[in-house]
Design a protein around this ligand. Sequence first.
Ligand code: GFB
Length: 324
Amino acid sequence: MASEIIFPLADRRVWVAGHRGMVGSAIVRRLAGENCEIIMATRDEVDLKNASEVKAFVADKKPDAIFMAAAKVGGILANDTHPADFLYDNLLIAANVTEAAYRNHVGKMLFLGSSCIYPKLAPQPIPEDALLTGPLEPTNEWYAIAKIAGIKLAQAYRKQHGCDFISAMPTNLYGPGDNFDLNTSHVLPALIRKAHEAKVSGADHMTIWGTGTPRREFLNADDCADACVFLMQRYSDFEHVNVGSGEDIAIIDLARLVCEVVDFTGDIRTDLSKPDGTLRKLMSGGKLQAFGWCPRIALRAGVEDAYAAFLFDGAGRGRGPAKL
Ligand code: GFB
């Protein structure tokens, strides 16, 4: 039984910051059924790293609500090799949008973080209150620090100014509009591309990074968008909320699943020169479940859809990192 709607979106002006990204575009799709006015802006219209541009944009558009889905994102290698970009860009984006939302009396904002905010050795499944209880995973601590700052901004503005700002922490996401560039992508789109290219070229193997033993929890971007809209309408509190699928899988088993979906029958080899990252980060979804939300898209079905989207949209083009 879902909890009651306390912030209806109907007839409201809703800015989806980052509407071209995988999550932002999923939120736009999800909002189509809410009878609200969706505000979107490209990077040319408003540079989210520029405080005065963001302030002017929010003052002009006067949104009632903001989904803060804009971020510089990337997989383990991109995070590890571009720490300054991941820290600086994401700090600025979070600070600028939060401040502009406060200054312009935006009724509600949802900030999107990431499961990498939690300590590397957090208890599994990870409860929300594990935040800031231990050292972070080194491959993505820069991105994590920026996302923790985003949560803290939402909390600080709530505490000092009474703003209704909340935060959602999604697990590893995948889905339509994903980035298939092998150097910057997350694991799932990378495996889809690798398996597809190995099949098409007639190769006898494909190679995955690291040992294949780390476990990850995957959630489809459309499920994530549904959870974000759910929280926007129903949640108003200080603490962030985990958004996950409740199940994790070893990377080697994920690779096997992708190979089945793609129909690549060769070997899977490992490249031990690449990092494993954290060994496990399964989040506890109990808090969101207690509000009455659960995911709908099973991993295999989601991978089948993602492969279809890759064939339709991304094959061979190597889309770059997600744009703001
Ligand atoms: O998805 P991914 O890049 O990010 O990697 P993280 C997950 C796991 O898959 C790691 C392995 O153990 C990788 O070594 N892996 C195997 C691969 N083959 C590949 C491959 O071809 N490409 C990629 N990318 N990985 C990110 C963070 O961490 O997760 C971000 O860096 C963010 O900050 C995001 O939090 C959700 O799960 O390790």
